[in-house]
Design a protein around this ligand. Structure first.
Ligand SMILES: [Ca+2]
Ligand SMILES: [Ca+2]
Length: 142
């Protein structure tokens, strides 16, 4: 008489198909969550560097070289930030997705006041992101 023990090849294939659908769903969930974490980490670090720089700039004297009108774009290995998220600030030849610049506008929004805007741009897997922080510095000798 014919034995009914064991699995047929069809049963094994169906089981494998169900198993691989489950694995694919778990993998999609995992990559989505990793991507979200990376995005959040980059946004946090961009906001931290921007606010840190803005605070330092506002504390400088009104006539300091870093507060002359125009765009200030220091080299990546001399900008005082960790552009490539490796824990080292301004290591030799540093490059990376994070770039920080600031723009100073004289007599804005009113006379004898500077507008200081810090811009941070960083590359996400899909497109460039940016954030800007603005503050104002009044001339104390006016
Ligand atoms: Ca670095
Ligand atoms: Ca740097």
């Amino acid at each position: 008489m014919h034995s009914e023990k064991g699995f047929t090849i069809i049963e094994v294939m169906i089981a494998l198909a169900i198993f691989s659908i489950g694995i694919m769903a778990a993998w999609a969930l995992q990559t989505g969550s990793t991507r979200g974490n990376t995005k959040a980490r980059h946004l946090t670090s961009a906001a931290t560097w921007a606010s840190d720089r803005l605070e330092r700039l506002i504390q400088l004297s009104y006539t300091h070289a870093d507060l002359t009108a125009g765009v200030h774009a220091p080299a990546l290995d001399a900008d005082g930030i960790d552009n490539n998220h490796n824990g080292l600030i301004d290591e030799p030849g540093e490059s990376g997705p994070l770039q920080l610049t600031w723009r100073v506008t004289d007599d804005s929004p009113i006379v004898r006041t500077k507008t200081v805007r810090v811009d941070v741009v960083w590359r996400d897997p899909l497109r460039d992101k940016s954030l800007s922080l603005v503050s104002y510095k009044a001339n104390p000798e006016s």
